[in-house]
Design a protein around this ligand. Structure first.
Ligand code: PXL
Length: 279
């Protein structure tokens, strides 16, 4: 007896592309992005910018290997070539100036509908001086294409060009300054660093200025929270959410990812998105 073939229909969910670094232990970067996309019902692709390998022999410091810019350009070309339309793009760690220039070229060429820029300026193990060059290149070459940017407190200070931010009002002011640089939506993240007992971020889109706040969970920094937040915003934009609603959902995803964090040998825990919406 021959079995009747079942009809296979493509499901074609929304598609998100992460242009990001690999963090091989799975706690941050592209690995986190893909898991977050999947958890939110979005098909994920990745174009790798760099490979980060923590060094267990040296207090888990970052070892950073940049991907050849042409290989990065080829990956983006491949993702776009296969899918045609990419509904949203997340830009994560870029790491070097040639990488930033390659990504800027791709953003100019493909004009993606939604671009989330998580301005990862430096990671442990990079020269502090490199942050300045990277900041300037990101600001000039990549931020002009952003639909939304999600700087943490340090990155907010650098991008807004302000001194240390210690109050919610100063954070609001900095978010407005970044908006004034031409970014249509800004989520300036203080997390727990303003001592409010909450994880507090400011959203600004030129009209709505909203403080997004959830109870802080624990005292320790959890690796991958920023990546998860930006990836969840990307997934929600791919599904058609407004930037503000995307940020609200993304904060819920981060809360779940921190509540369900992973503990290993490194001196920091990392997020796990796999229980969001399933508890
Ligand atoms: O969480 C920031 C981050 C982003 N991207 C990669 C990383 C890290 C931190 O470790 O390794 C690739």
């Amino acid at each position: 007896m021959t079995a009747t073939p079942t009809t296979v229909r493509p499901s074609n969910p929304p598609i998100a592309l992460a242009i990001a670094g690999s963090e091989t232990s799975g706690g941050a970067g592209a690995q986190t992005d893909l898991k977050t996309f999947a958890q939110l019902g979005v098909f994920g692709c990745v174009s790798l910018t760099c490979i980060v390998s923590f060094d267990p022999k040296n207090d888990f410091a970052h070892r950073l290997h940049a991907i050849d810019p042409q290989v990065l350009a080829d990956q983006i070309e491949a993702a776009v070539g296969v899918h045609g339309t990419i509904d949203a793009v997340k830009i994560g760690m870029l790491g070097t100036i040639p990488t930033i220039e390659t990504v800027a070229g791709a953003l100019e060429q493909y004009r993606f509908a939604n671009v989330v820029v998580d301005p990862v300026l430096i990671c442990k193990g990079q020269e502090a001086g490199a942050a300045l060059d990277i900041d300037n290149a990101l600001r000039e070459k990549v931020l002009p294409y952003a639909t939304i940017t999600t700087p943490n407190l340090f990155e907010t200070q650098v991008l807004a060009g302000v001194e240390e931010i210690t109050t919610v009002d100063a954070l609001k002011d900095a978010a407005k300054r970044i908006y004034d640089h031409g970014v249509p939506n800004v989520l300036a993240k203080a997390g727990t660093l303003l001592g409010t007992g909450t994880a507090l971020d400011v959203f600004y889109d030129g009209q709505t200025l909203e403080v997004l706040e959830v109870p802080a969970i624990g005292q320790e920094r959890v690796s991958g929270a920023g990546c998860t937040l930006a990836a969840a915003i990307t997934a929600e934009l791919a599904k058609g959410a407004s930037p503000l609603d995307a940020c609200r959902t993304a904060k819920d995803v981060v809360v779940s990812s921190i509540e369900n964090r992973m503990h290993g040998n490194a001196p920091f825990d990392c997020v796990y998105q796999g229980r969001y919406g399933r508890q």
